[in-house]
Design a binder for this molecule. Structure first.
Ligand SMILES: [Zn+2]
Length: 225
């Protein structure tokens, strides 16, 4: 729905041309939230617009990447790839699932080329899974849920937390929730038990502890059926 978005012009950090991006309004009504934090909104899916794509050179990434200084080494690599080719991704104001998937896949590709942080790739893969979920494409949803879990696991092993507001315990919960939704109850349970058995989580991150305990209870109840 066009009323939920507006178009702004930005300068692409790679080709330095003026590009258009779609931003979403912050006041959209939340309908429900899934275990893995996927939020459903009334008649609108903001995840379609997470990844910005330059309509001239094809660079794709989230807003934070576009608006934070890109390290010179990365600029060199990206310009080498993008300014010598002609990747045409036309600007669209109202994205389809296909447009969004192209944007996320490009962003994941650039992450791979730059050996970017696993936590960022996890976010892209997870949100692309949500786009497929909303569209009812369960096969592609599962593919990207699996990728998201693997990227989150790599982030846990290699990165320093918190990353923004994301703590390591929040990531452990997300991995558990992803495996739960994928039907991998055993994997989900093993991640949840790490949270439930940790006294410091109960004391310091009560919200995550409660969510972990609830999901654990849900899995146990399903086993008894
Ligand atoms: Zn560009």
């Amino acid at each position: 729905m066009v009323g939920n978005t507006f178009v702004v012009e930005k300068t692409c950090p790679i080709c330095e041309k003026t590009m258009r991006v779609v931003k979403t309004r912050s006041r959209i009504m939340v309908v429900s939230r899934d275990e893995d934090a996927c939020t459903h909104y009334a008649n609108f899916n903001p995840y379609l617009y997470t990844v910005w794509v330059c309509e001239h050179c094809g660079f794709a990434a989230d807003e934070a990447t576009f608006t934070t200084k890109i390290p010179d080494r990365h600029l060199g690599i990206l310009r080498n790839i993008l300014l010598t080719r002609c990747i045409r991704v036309p600007f669209v104001e109202e994205r389809t699932v296909g447009n969004a998937a192209t944007a996320f896949r490009l962003a994941l590709k650039f992450q791979e080329i730059l050996k970017g942080k696993a936590s960022k790739s996890a976010k892209y893969a997870h949100q692309l899974a949500w786009v497929y979920r909303e569209a009812g494409d369960t096969v592609q949803e599962a593919e990207f849920m699996n990728k998201a879990a693997e990227f989150y696991e790599a982030a846990l092993a290699k990165e320093h937390f918190p990353i923004g507001e994301l703590t390591d315990n929040a990531v452990i919960y997300l991995i558990a929730a992803i495996y739960y939704r994928l039907g991998e109850k055993q994997k989900a349970t093993s991640y949840l038990s790490r949270l439930i058995s940790d006294k410091s989580v109960r004391e310091r991150e009560r919200r995550i502890f409660d969510k972990a305990r609830d999901l654990w209870g849900e899995i146990r109840a399903e086993r008894k059926k």
